[in-house]
Ligand binder design. Structure first.
Ligand SMILES: NC(=O)c1ccc[n+]([C@@H]2O[C@H](COP(=O)([O-])OP(=O)(O)OC[C@H]3O[C@@H](n4cnc5c(N)ncnc54)[C@H](OP(=O)(O)O)[C@@H]3O)[C@@H](O)[C@H]2O)c1
Length: 242
């Protein structure tokens, strides 16, 4: 028996990186998946890699910072999935800069993607998650637990996301809903390529944490019997970059 058989899952950021890996892992384990991202090409590529479009692999294009698009996306996702057992938040944005110089607009932008969008989407999907006694996964970051120089704005939006996850857990556990935050370190993919460029250091994808490893760890936690709840998981590359 596949571990997520007949479950419906909405995955944001599914056009790339960890979101794509989560969608692939869930589909391979029997879930019907609705992939969400804002870039048409990367979203289509993820769907293709999962063998879709098909009744079990669908997608909705959505900019998660636009409330009207989120409402429309949720309607579409619920219509096609019939039920939503898992909401996985993986979409995220990163901007680097010292507090002295990073424009406030860049803090606002990251807040909208990393904090506000998961809040709004979770709120919109909660009635469905209550019906299914479902699960919510927040892909947070090691930077949401500790901030370094030039990471303040990003870290603040991710630390806030942890607080939202913790609060949500306290509110919905009684309804049978589980809430998991994962805190990956540097994970190979376009976001880390961008960060390495900004840090002026060579990018070696093979030395970093792999998105499939993060997804595998998350799925193991989400598949545990309902007598258990994994709340927070940190996962880091074996080779530390200092
Ligand atoms: N990579 C790391 O080292 C690392 C480590 C710890 C935590 N994280 C977090 O883990 C999550 C996944 O990271 P990743 O490395 O897989 O990143 P990624 O490859 O950049 O994937 C993130 C996806 O989210 C999409 N997205 C961004 N803003 C969106 C919006 N407003 N509406 C819809 N989709 C949007 C991106 O689209 P665009 O490409 O068009 O922006 C991209 O396809 C993020 O939340 C990130 O903050 C990453």
């Amino acid at each position: 028996m596949k571990r997520f058989a007949d479950q419906g899952a909405v995955i944001t950021g599914a056009g790339s990186g960890m979101g794509r890996s989560l969608a692939a892992g869930l589909a391979a384990e029997g879930a019907r998946v609705c992939l969400v991202d804002r870039d048409e090409k990367s979203l289509a590529e993820s769907v293709r890699l999962l063998g879709g479009p098909s009744p079990s692999v669908g997608s909705v294009l959505c900019d998660l910072t636009v409330d009207a698009e989120v409402s429309r996306m949720v309607q579409e996702a619920v219509r096609t999935l019939q039920r939503v057992d898992l909401l996985a938040h993986s979409a995220g944005a990163f901007r680097m800069g010292a507090i002295e110089s990073l424009p406030v607009a860049e803090l606002d932008f990251q807040y909208r993607v990393n904090t506000r969008a998961p809040y709004a989407l979770t709120q919109t999907l909660l009635p469905e998650l209550r019906k299914s006694r479902g699960q919510v996964l927040f892909v947070n970051s090691s930077a949401g637990l500790a901030a370094g120089a030039k990471w303040g704005a990003y870290s603040a939006t991710k630390a806030a996301l942890k607080m939202l996850a913790d609060s949500l857990r306290a509110e919905v556990n009684a309804d049978g809903i589980r809430v998991l935050s994962i805190f990956p370190g540097r994970t190979a993919g376009p976001m880390q390529e961008q960060i390495h460029r900004l840090e002026n250091r060579p990018y070696h994808a093979d030395r970093l944490l792999q998105p499939d490893s993060v997804a595998a760890m998350a799925l193991d936690a989400l598949a545990l019997p309902r007598t258990a709840e994994v709340t927070d998981v940190s996962i880091r590359p074996m080779m530390k970059s200092g």
